[in-house]
Write a new protein. Structure first.
Length: 158
């Protein structure tokens, strides 16, 4: 059994940072949505009633699913690469299976947001500030180019 290297630790921190940002993006969408959604079907045709929050929610779901070139793909890629480098094949297989299952559910949410018909008139009145949307989208799309070099080049041996 190989021991984890410094790169493995860096990739793990990158993965945790990426998914923390995406979790905050989801939380921000849920907090800005009025009335508070109780069920998944409350997001039927959400992009029509609130295009900006709908866009943030779709991009966040795609990023969490690991669709390239979004930041969630790079987080998963580096984490799975680290598991492969230290020869954790069983862990790698489990992670891939869980990732495929979770991707199905993330894409299902996107399908509901974009393609389901609006059955009941839902009123999503909260309009998020444009600054919040720009920050969240830049954080998801540009995280790898801005913060990734700092994490991957940081010296953990101190």
């Amino acid at each position: 059994m190989n021991t984890p290297s410094e790169d493995t630790v860096k990739y793990t921190f990158l993965y945790l940072a990426v998914y923390t940002i995406m979790s905050f993006a989801l939380l921000a969408v849920f907090l800005r949505t009025k009335p508070t959604p109780m069920y998944l079907t409350d997001f039927n045709a959400f992009h029509k009633s609130n295009p900006l929050l709908g866009m943030v929610l779709v991009f966040t779901m795609f990023a969490m699913a690991g669709i390239p070139p979004l930041v969630g793909f790079w987080g998963k890629y580096y984490l799975l690469l680290a598991a492969f480098q230290v020869n954790y094949i069983i862990l790698l297989k489990i992670a891939l299976i869980v990732s495929l299952i979770s991707t199905f559910y993330y894409i299902r949410v996107v399908k509901i947001i974009l393609f389901e018909n609006l059955r009941l008139p839902k009123v999503f009145t909260a309009q998020p500030p444009m600054t919040l949307i720009v920050i969240l989208l830049l954080a998801m799309v540009g995280f790898v180019t801005v913060i990734d070099p700092f994490i991957l080049n940081f010296d953990f041996s101190a």
